[in-house]
Design a protein around this ligand. Structure first.
Ligand code: ATP
Length: 353
């Protein structure tokens, strides 16, 4: 059956990477229908809303999207992430020769950060600390009451057992899939379980329980601050990492620096009924309209989409075509030390396919 993939172009410079990526994917003549969704500035001009009902309807009729970054976390991005409950954010970091790593020895870096995507601190449940007064909160660690008299703010961090377990299951399935292709089958959970002995410890415990259900996998745990330094000291030790929302957000950006930065890293957001794919970087407004944005992240997101849809060979082919541009070194974009345009990079990928 033809797979329907919605195309959300995103804002500012994002369409400059989404459009050529979709052109390349369409050129592969697979059984995929790409459906344009009108959002952002063009929808605002036409319908008076950057996320009109018609866009929502189109997304509701599909199960997949390729998405350019948007300026606003609400609107279409919020709808896909929270509305469609895409709870598992897969963020791969892989070094291949030709990439610009700040490390002396980046050979062999190949891991995935599986970040829980809809809970933790990011739903943004915040308020004035005075509102907490009726709770008479006492510290778990010390015999100290929360003084709600001074002016200040709080944020609530929530992990539910169900979403944590489902996130960990996705991580284990990924680790199994990677193991079948020669991966090491190591799943590392990282949180601040030594200090947040309830919420972060529950996250750690559920990860351990889940990994133990897969005898082929090895369980590992690291306190998040140690994990941050291990990513720099010895990133080759990692295979699949599981992290909560904020920790994964921060450490996955750190990880992307190991292979040349945000322009290089794609991600997938998986839910039970919907999955969307895109770049980790933002809308890059400072370079919009100049045809210089690096399309690597979006092209690799296209490869992740193909793999997710079962087109494994085509996914590997596209990934190899992108990496060959780096091995040849002739058509690199500015952020990678070259002076090729976005269009030239895309043409080089096409020629390698
Ligand atoms: P957000 O909060 O949405 O992540 P941001 O402003 O923090 O947005 P980006 O939009 O990713 O982050 O931009 C950060 C810097 O990196 C900008 O100078 C931008 O031009 C640059 N940048 C981001 N992505 C790319 C890319 N694919 N190619 C080249 N430069 C990029």
């Amino acid at each position: 059956m033809t797979k329907r993939v919605c195309v959300v172009k995103g804002d500012d410079a994002a369409p400059e990477v989404v459009v050529p990526t979709v052109q390349i994917l369409e050129g592969m003549n697979l059984d995929i229908e790409f459906i344009r969704v009108e959002t952002g500035d063009e929808a605002l001009a036409r319908y008076g809303s950057s996320f009109p009902e018609s866009a929502k309807k189109t997304l509701d009729e599909a199960n997949y999207a390729i998405m350019g970054s948007t300026r606003d976390i609400r609107g279409v991005h919020g709808y896909l992430r929270w509305g469609k409950r895409c709870f598992a954010n897969v963020r791969p970091t892989k070094y291949v020769s030709g990439l610009r790593s700040p490390l002396k020895n980046p050979e062999g870096i190949d891991f995935i950060i599986l970040r829980e995507n809809i809970e933790g601190l990011y739903p943004g449940w915040e308020g004035d600390i005075a509102q907490l007064a009726p709770l008479k909160l006492k510290s778990d660690m010390l015999d100290v009451m929360l003084d709600t008299a001074p002016k200040g703010k709080f944020a609530v961090k929530v992990y539910t057992e169900a979403i944590t377990r489902e996130t960990c299951q996705v991580a284990c399935e990924l680790a199994m899939k990677r193991k079948a292709k020669g991966g090491r089958g190591i799943v590392t959970v990282s949180s601040k379980y030594n200090v947040l002995t309830q919420v972060d410890e529950m996250f750690r415990r559920i990860a351990e329980e889940t990994v133990r259900q897969y005898p082929e996998l090895t369980f590992n745990q690291l306190i998040i601050d140690n994990c941050a330094q291990q990513l720099v000291i010895n990133p080759q030790q990692f295979d699949v990492l599981i992290m909560g929302n904020q920790h994964g957000d921060i450490l996955a950006d750190e990880a992307s620096a190991l292979i040349g930065g945000l322009g290089m890293t794609p991600n997938a957001c998986l839910g039970k009924e919907f999955a969307y794919f895109g770049s980790v970087h933002g809308t890059a407004p400072d370079i919009a309209g100049q045809n210089i944005i690096n399309p690597t992240a979006m092209l690799l997101a296209g490869a992740m989409l193909l793999e997710h849809l079962g087109y494994e060979e085509e996914a590997s082919g596209l990934e190899a075509a992108v990496y060959k541009v780096y091995q040849d070194g002739k058509y690199l974009t500015r952020d990678q030390g070259g002076n090729a345009s976005t269009t030239q990079f895309g043409e080089a990928v096409r020629a390698n396919l």
